[in-house]
Design a protein around this ligand. Structure first.
Ligand code: AMP
Length: 301
């Protein structure tokens, strides 16, 4: 069935207690696409500058990502830099430079206007909405965002959120978006903004999924080597949407399974810098972790 994604394609500079990288391949659209490519066909709508390295394109191509919606503009690629301390759930953004994204007008290629599964990865909310304006009648739309847009683009963001089925946020973003410190109340407030499902990621503490009348709690995969959490949220979304698009099933039971596939892809992402941890997986690696998560959360009533 395939999934269409709009999001950032970036060059990231990241420092963790275990090492540093400069101008590494990153961006919400990139992590999402690589993760989702293990489940279904992925088409990426984004922009890069004319400084974007060929190695980045090669990697996305090697995962079979459809890049007919990727524009190359004169100018600099989106840049992001961040620093992590030993608590890898907490990071400081040092710099965000939108660069070529500032004047970008996303154009969904003609052949993709009928896309049924659409993911609005973290990017300027008006760009997320403009992709939705173009797609005819999607079966399921999910959306991510971050503090940068919650604080600086709130009205546009609320317009986007009103139009989506599933909102995927981390815990601090959820609290900030809802202006509510209690995560349960904050998630309900997010549902009141329009989506029928809210998924709240809590880093190494797993994820919660809320609908109007249910709560599902997923553990994090017990990773022994966490190296760089950058992109974990986008990789989660890639596994999540990838599974939904591959199966075409949007029942709550299947959305719960998708949360577990999201958790699995995030666990591969955090083990290395950039997309390296997800660059060459086998389906069996993914399924092994899926089964492990079933085991670690099973108990007899
Ligand atoms: P995550 O760790 O899941 O929040 O994703 C981090 C990725 O998102 C990095 O690769 C960044 O390039 C990208 N990113 C960071 N800030 C922004 C932003 N304001 N807009 C779009 N993408 C961003």
């Amino acid at each position: 069935m395939g999934v269409l994604v709009v999001g950032s394609v970036a060059l990231d500079s990241v420092r963790t207690p275990f090492g540093a990288v400069h101008d590494a391949l990153g961006g919400s659209g990139t992590f999402f696409s690589v993760a989702a490519s293990y489940f279904t066909d992925v088409a990426l709508v984004a922009v890069v500058g004319d400084d974007f390295p060929k190695a980045g394109i090669d990697l996305l191509e090697s995962r079979g990502v459809d890049m007919t919606g990727l524009t190359v503009e004169k100018g600099e690629t989106f840049r992001w830099s961040g620093v992590y301390g030993y608590d890898l759930n907490d990071r400081d953004t040092i710099e965000t430079r939108l660069n070529v994204f500032e004047g970008f007008k996303p154009q969904v290629p003609k052949g993709l206007l009928g896309s049924e599964f659409v993911f609005l990865a973290n990017i300027i909310p008006a760009l997320q909405s403009s992709v939705l304006d173009q797609v005819a009648s999607p079966k399921l739309v999910a959306c991510d965002t971050m503090n940068y847009y919650i604080e600086g683009y709130r009205d546009d963001l609320l317009d986007t959120i009103r139009r989506v089925d599933v909102m995927v946020l981390n815990d601090s973003e959820c609290r900030e978006l809802a202006s509510e410190p209690n995560l349960i109340k904050a998630s309900r407030a997010v549902l009141d903004m329009g989506p029928s499902t809210a998924i709240v990621k809590k880093g190494e503490h797993g994820a919660l999924m809320f609908t109007r009348d249910s709560i599902f709690s997923a553990p994090a995969y017990p990773c022994e080597s966490v190296f760089d959490p950058t992109g974990a949220g986008d990789s989660f979304a890639g596994g999540f949407m990838g599974h939904l698009a591959a199966t075409g099933d949007t029942s709550e039971a299947n959305i719960r399974r998708a949360v577990i596939y999201g958790t699995v892809m995030a666990s591969f992402c955090v083990e290395k810098f950039s997309v390296e941890g997800m660059a060459s997986l086998e389906t069996a690696d993914i399924e092994r972790r899926f089964r492990m998560l079933k085991q670690v959360s099973h108990f007899e009533p």
